[in-house]
Design a protein around this ligand. Structure first.
Ligand code: TRP
Ligand code: SF4
Length: 373
């Protein structure tokens, strides 16, 4: 598709393959450009930034400069409560924890409005999933509920809704079509609601956080572009800063295609029974060769391997990861053995998570206000 602008559909199944091109076309800057500033703000690059999983940003430099000046800074993201919590979600939560430990205020939107209008998830079900799957798992992973503001989109109060309404007057159908393709009332509402998620914490009613970073998968960039424009256009009504954002490469499923709770065989959920998780991992698509002989001779291809993805996103230290990479490339390790190493790590992680989750489930309903209708 040379020369043609890629359009990203945030509700589609499109896989974002060409992250470099995304940066060129949409002006997302390489994440490395903020490394010196991170240091100035007293922070270190996160493990996901170091590994290029969080690969790009817009305006993160402005937030870090504010932080270095001693201003209040926040991080906000949202989750659609449409299925079980899996390792792809963990990647985003790990980023929230990183910012939290570095003094950022954390906001988490449970996008129940979006789940019900775009995905047709019954309201009650979306609330249950939001609390018992998303909030509980986030707390179990280490997000501190005392320093996190979780909220449901449909329980957020008037000023937040007012923003979404006012945004509707600041964008044309043609502009939205150019960003999203085919429009529907549901998509328009969901997009304006998401813009309200991102911008409302700047209102005094919600803490007045002017410097906000939004960590998302690259598929969410259309929403960020719309939100930035809306922030610019609200002048005269209310002054809003543009949000900063970071973009991560979404983890592939174990078959190499999109990871999604609707494809449970290629997605490991943090609450999978261990034998089931093990079975999924053992069947995962690797970058191995057709025969052991060939693999010893040619080596494997970690870049093509979903087990290596797991190692890199969730399971291993830099040294361990470098060793797997070398051993795979040189053919000195075969996939069976390599999977067992990954499984040992994953098993330990999931066992620990399981016991923390039991505790987290006891408090999850009490850390968020649930919608009354
Ligand atoms: N649309 C997002 C998703 O599908 C969820 C979301 C809602 C969100 N509000 C947000 C993400 C605000 C980032 C910021 O996952
Ligand atoms: Fe993947 Fe390991 Fe096989 Fe290499 S040896 S392709 S990293 S499973």
């Amino acid at each position: 598709m040379a020369g043609e602008e890629p359009r990203i559909d945030p509700w589609g199944t499109l896989e974002v393959k060409d992250y470099k091109r995304l940066m060129e076309v949409f002006g997302i800057k390489p994440i490395e450009t903020v490394f010196p500033l991170l240091e100035k703000a007293g922070m270190k690059p996160s493990v996901h930034m170091r590994r290029g999983i969080v690969f790009g940003h817009r305006d993160l430099d402005r937030v870090l400069e504010a932080r270095a000046r001693g201003e209040r800074v926040a991080v906000l993201t949202g989750f659609m409560p449409s299925g079980r919590f899996h390792f792809g979600h963990k990647l985003t939560v790990d980023q929230l924890i990183y910012y939290q430990r570095n003094g950022f205020k954390v906001f988490v939107a449970i996008a129940d409005a979006e789940a019900s209008i775009v995905r047709r998830i019954p309201r009650r079900e979306a609330v249950r999933i939001g609390v018992e799957e998303y909030i509980a798992n986030m707390i179990a992973l280490g997000l501190d509920p005392d320093k996190t503001e979780f909220y449901f989109q449909t329980a957020r109060g008037t000023p937040y809704y007012r923003l979404a309404q006012l945004f509707a007057g600041k964008v044309t159908a043609a502009e939205m079509e150019a960003i999203y393709g085919d429009l529907s009332p549901a998509k328009i509402m969901a997009a304006l609601t998401q813009a309200a998620d991102i911008l409302h914490v700047q209102l005094d009613e919600y803490g007045g956080y002017k410097y906000v970073v939004v960590p998302v998968g690259a598929d969410q960039d259309p929403h960020l572009r719309l939100t930035r424009d809306l922030a610019d256009r609200m002048g005269g009504i209310i002054e809003l800063e543009r949000p900063a954002s970071t973009y991560h490469k979404m983890q592939r499923g174990l078959d190499g295609a999109k990871m999604s709770s609707s494809r449970p065989d290629s997605t490991i959920f943090l609450t999978d029974p261990l034998p089931e998780a093990r079975r999924k991992l053992m069947r995962a698509l690797t970058g191995g060769r057709a025969t052991a002989e060939e693999q010893r001779r040619l080596g494997g291809v970690p870049e093509a391997c979903t087990v290596y993805d797991m190692d890199m996103y969730h399971l291993m230290s830099d040294e361990e990861l470098a060793k797997i990479y070398r051993d795979c490339r040189s053919g000195s390790i075969l996939c069976g053995e390599c999977k067992l190493i990954a499984w040992e790590r994953m098993k330990a992680l999931m066992e620990e998570h399981g016991s923390r989750l039991e505790e987290a489930r006891k408090i999850a309903w009490s850390v968020v206000e649930t919608p009354r209708f």
